[in-house]
Write a protein that binds this ligand. Structure first.
Ligand SMILES: N[C@@H](CCC(=O)N[C@@H](CS)C(=O)NCC(=O)O)C(=O)O
Length: 203
Protein backbone atom coordinates (compact mmCIF):
# COMPACT_ATOMS: atom_id res chain seq x y z
CA UNK A 1 0.00 0.00 0.00
CA UNK A 2 1.23 3.46 -0.82
CA UNK A 3 0.25 6.66 0.95
CA UNK A 4 0.10 9.73 -1.29
CA UNK A 5 0.36 13.25 0.11
CA UNK A 6 2.62 15.63 1.97
CA UNK A 7 3.33 15.16 5.66
CA UNK A 8 2.54 18.83 6.25
CA UNK A 9 -1.09 17.76 5.83
CA UNK A 10 -2.35 16.73 9.27
CA UNK A 11 -4.54 14.10 7.62
CA UNK A 12 -1.64 12.52 5.73
CA UNK A 13 0.58 12.63 8.81
CA UNK A 14 -2.17 11.09 10.91
CA UNK A 15 -2.31 8.10 8.57
CA UNK A 16 1.48 7.76 8.36
CA UNK A 17 2.03 7.90 12.14
CA UNK A 18 -0.93 5.63 12.92
CA UNK A 19 0.20 2.97 10.44
CA UNK A 20 3.66 2.94 12.04
CA UNK A 21 2.17 2.64 15.52
CA UNK A 22 0.08 -0.29 14.29
CA UNK A 23 3.03 -1.99 12.58
CA UNK A 24 1.43 -1.80 9.12
CA UNK A 25 3.99 -0.97 6.41
CA UNK A 26 3.04 1.83 4.04
CA UNK A 27 5.18 3.19 1.25
CA UNK A 28 4.94 6.96 1.04
CA UNK A 29 5.13 9.36 -1.90
CA UNK A 30 5.16 13.09 -1.20
CA UNK A 31 2.84 14.63 -3.78
CA UNK A 32 1.33 18.07 -3.17
CA UNK A 33 -2.33 18.83 -3.91
CA UNK A 34 -1.24 22.35 -4.88
CA UNK A 35 2.26 22.17 -6.36
CA UNK A 36 1.84 18.82 -8.17
CA UNK A 37 -1.80 18.96 -9.20
CA UNK A 38 -1.39 17.07 -12.48
CA UNK A 39 0.66 14.33 -10.84
CA UNK A 40 -1.87 14.05 -8.04
CA UNK A 41 -4.81 14.01 -10.47
CA UNK A 42 -3.22 11.09 -12.33
CA UNK A 43 -3.41 9.11 -9.06
CA UNK A 44 -6.74 10.46 -7.80
CA UNK A 45 -8.76 12.74 -10.10
CA UNK A 46 -10.32 14.34 -7.00
CA UNK A 47 -6.88 15.61 -5.85
CA UNK A 48 -7.49 14.84 -2.15
CA UNK A 49 -4.71 14.10 0.32
CA UNK A 50 -4.35 11.60 1.78
CA UNK A 51 -4.96 9.06 -0.95
CA UNK A 52 -4.04 5.43 -0.38
CA UNK A 53 -3.15 3.20 -3.31
CA UNK A 54 -4.18 -0.27 -2.18
CA UNK A 55 -2.36 -3.47 -3.07
CA UNK A 56 -4.85 -4.26 -5.85
CA UNK A 57 -4.35 -0.77 -7.38
CA UNK A 58 -7.65 0.61 -6.10
CA UNK A 59 -7.59 3.89 -4.22
CA UNK A 60 -9.08 5.11 -0.97
CA UNK A 61 -9.34 8.67 0.30
CA UNK A 62 -10.20 10.43 3.57
CA UNK A 63 -7.89 9.75 6.51
CA UNK A 64 -10.59 8.10 8.63
CA UNK A 65 -11.62 5.69 5.88
CA UNK A 66 -7.99 4.93 5.05
CA UNK A 67 -7.27 4.24 8.72
CA UNK A 68 -10.30 1.97 8.91
CA UNK A 69 -8.74 -0.07 6.08
CA UNK A 70 -5.25 0.00 7.60
CA UNK A 71 -6.50 -0.84 11.09
CA UNK A 72 -8.29 -3.92 9.73
CA UNK A 73 -4.88 -5.21 8.63
CA UNK A 74 -3.15 -4.61 11.97
CA UNK A 75 -2.75 -7.23 14.66
CA UNK A 76 -5.61 -6.89 17.15
CA UNK A 77 -3.25 -5.85 19.95
CA UNK A 78 -1.71 -3.06 17.83
CA UNK A 79 -4.96 -1.38 16.76
CA UNK A 80 -5.46 2.20 17.92
CA UNK A 81 -9.25 2.21 18.28
CA UNK A 82 -10.99 0.07 20.89
CA UNK A 83 -13.07 -2.63 19.21
CA UNK A 84 -16.42 -1.94 20.87
CA UNK A 85 -18.38 -0.44 23.71
CA UNK A 86 -18.05 2.85 25.60
CA UNK A 87 -14.27 2.92 25.13
CA UNK A 88 -14.72 2.88 21.35
CA UNK A 89 -17.40 5.57 21.47
CA UNK A 90 -15.19 7.77 23.65
CA UNK A 91 -12.17 7.37 21.39
CA UNK A 92 -14.24 8.12 18.28
CA UNK A 93 -15.62 11.25 19.97
CA UNK A 94 -12.13 12.48 20.81
CA UNK A 95 -10.85 11.74 17.33
CA UNK A 96 -13.81 13.73 16.01
CA UNK A 97 -12.88 16.73 18.15
CA UNK A 98 -9.29 16.58 16.91
CA UNK A 99 -10.49 16.28 13.31
CA UNK A 100 -12.51 19.48 13.77
CA UNK A 101 -9.36 21.16 15.11
CA UNK A 102 -7.45 20.01 12.01
CA UNK A 103 -10.24 21.15 9.69
CA UNK A 104 -10.52 24.59 11.27
CA UNK A 105 -6.75 25.07 11.24
CA UNK A 106 -6.66 24.06 7.56
CA UNK A 107 -9.55 26.42 6.75
CA UNK A 108 -7.92 29.29 8.62
CA UNK A 109 -4.61 28.62 6.91
CA UNK A 110 -6.28 28.60 3.49
CA UNK A 111 -7.92 31.93 4.37
CA UNK A 112 -4.66 33.63 5.24
CA UNK A 113 -2.30 31.84 2.85
CA UNK A 114 -4.40 31.23 -0.26
CA UNK A 115 -7.29 33.67 -0.40
CA UNK A 116 -6.40 37.16 -1.67
CA UNK A 117 -6.58 39.66 1.19
CA UNK A 118 -9.27 41.73 -0.55
CA UNK A 119 -11.56 38.70 -0.63
CA UNK A 120 -11.25 37.70 3.02
CA UNK A 121 -14.41 37.51 5.10
CA UNK A 122 -13.73 38.51 8.70
CA UNK A 123 -16.91 36.93 10.11
CA UNK A 124 -15.90 33.57 8.65
CA UNK A 125 -12.39 33.84 10.08
CA UNK A 126 -13.89 34.77 13.48
CA UNK A 127 -16.15 31.70 13.31
CA UNK A 128 -13.43 29.20 12.41
CA UNK A 129 -10.96 30.65 14.91
CA UNK A 130 -13.56 30.26 17.67
CA UNK A 131 -14.27 26.67 16.61
CA UNK A 132 -10.53 25.95 16.62
CA UNK A 133 -10.14 27.42 20.10
CA UNK A 134 -13.11 25.42 21.41
CA UNK A 135 -11.84 22.18 19.93
CA UNK A 136 -8.53 22.60 21.76
CA UNK A 137 -10.38 23.50 24.97
CA UNK A 138 -12.20 20.17 24.73
CA UNK A 139 -8.93 18.37 24.02
CA UNK A 140 -7.28 20.13 26.97
CA UNK A 141 -10.11 18.93 29.25
CA UNK A 142 -9.84 15.35 27.98
CA UNK A 143 -6.07 14.82 28.09
CA UNK A 144 -4.35 13.29 31.11
CA UNK A 145 -1.65 15.26 32.94
CA UNK A 146 0.80 12.54 31.93
CA UNK A 147 0.79 9.49 29.70
CA UNK A 148 -1.81 8.71 27.07
CA UNK A 149 -5.55 8.61 26.55
CA UNK A 150 -4.88 5.03 25.49
CA UNK A 151 -3.34 4.50 28.98
CA UNK A 152 -0.37 2.18 28.33
CA UNK A 153 0.17 3.38 24.73
CA UNK A 154 -1.13 6.11 22.42
CA UNK A 155 -4.51 5.45 20.86
CA UNK A 156 -6.17 6.95 17.78
CA UNK A 157 -7.27 10.03 19.75
CA UNK A 158 -3.76 10.62 21.12
CA UNK A 159 -2.40 10.60 17.57
CA UNK A 160 -5.11 12.91 16.22
CA UNK A 161 -4.81 15.41 19.11
CA UNK A 162 -1.02 15.62 18.90
CA UNK A 163 -1.03 16.01 15.14
CA UNK A 164 -3.73 18.69 15.24
CA UNK A 165 -1.71 20.74 17.75
CA UNK A 166 1.62 20.48 15.92
CA UNK A 167 0.00 21.35 12.60
CA UNK A 168 -1.82 24.36 14.05
CA UNK A 169 1.45 25.75 15.37
CA UNK A 170 3.19 25.18 12.07
CA UNK A 171 0.64 27.00 9.92
CA UNK A 172 -0.84 29.50 12.40
CA UNK A 173 2.08 30.46 14.60
CA UNK A 174 1.06 32.57 17.58
CA UNK A 175 -2.69 32.14 17.02
CA UNK A 176 -3.13 29.82 20.04
CA UNK A 177 -1.33 30.45 23.31
CA UNK A 178 0.30 27.23 24.63
CA UNK A 179 -0.10 28.67 28.17
CA UNK A 180 -3.87 28.18 27.80
CA UNK A 181 -3.40 24.57 26.75
CA UNK A 182 -0.70 23.14 29.05
CA UNK A 183 -1.85 19.53 28.79
CA UNK A 184 -2.15 19.72 25.01
CA UNK A 185 1.33 21.24 24.74
CA UNK A 186 2.91 18.64 27.05
CA UNK A 187 1.08 15.80 25.31
CA UNK A 188 2.34 17.07 21.95
CA UNK A 189 5.92 17.09 23.25
CA UNK A 190 5.54 13.49 24.49
CA UNK A 191 4.02 12.37 21.21
CA UNK A 192 6.54 14.12 18.97
CA UNK A 193 9.35 12.38 20.90
CA UNK A 194 8.05 8.95 19.87
CA UNK A 195 9.99 7.32 17.02
CA UNK A 196 6.78 6.88 15.00
CA UNK A 197 6.16 10.65 15.05
CA UNK A 198 9.82 11.51 14.51
CA UNK A 199 9.84 9.27 11.43
CA UNK A 200 7.06 11.42 9.92
CA UNK A 201 8.38 14.99 10.12
CA UNK A 202 6.30 17.88 8.85
CA UNK A 203 7.77 18.76 5.47
N1 LIG B 1 -11.65 14.76 5.72
C1 LIG B 1 -10.46 14.60 4.92
C2 LIG B 1 -9.80 15.96 4.71
C3 LIG B 1 -8.62 15.88 3.75
C4 LIG B 1 -8.21 17.25 3.24
O1 LIG B 1 -8.96 18.23 3.27
N2 LIG B 1 -6.98 17.32 2.73
C5 LIG B 1 -6.48 18.55 2.17
C6 LIG B 1 -4.98 18.63 2.39
S1 LIG B 1 -4.62 18.98 4.08
C7 LIG B 1 -6.74 18.55 0.67
O2 LIG B 1 -6.78 17.50 0.05
N3 LIG B 1 -6.90 19.76 0.11
C8 LIG B 1 -7.12 19.95 -1.27
C9 LIG B 1 -8.57 20.11 -1.62
O3 LIG B 1 -9.44 19.92 -0.76
O4 LIG B 1 -8.83 20.42 -2.78
C10 LIG B 1 -9.52 13.58 5.58
O5 LIG B 1 -9.72 13.27 6.75
O6 LIG B 1 -8.64 13.05 4.89
Amino acid sequence: MKLIGMLDSPYVRRVAVSARLMGVALEHESVSVFRHMDRFAAINPLIKAPTLICDDGGILMDSTLILDHVEAQAAANRRLTPAAGPARQQTLYRVGVALVAMEKAVQWYYEVALRPEAKRWDDWIARISQQLQRAFELIEAALPADGWLGEDRPDAADVACAIAWRFTHLVLPGKLDPAHFPRVAAHSTRAEALPEFAACPLE
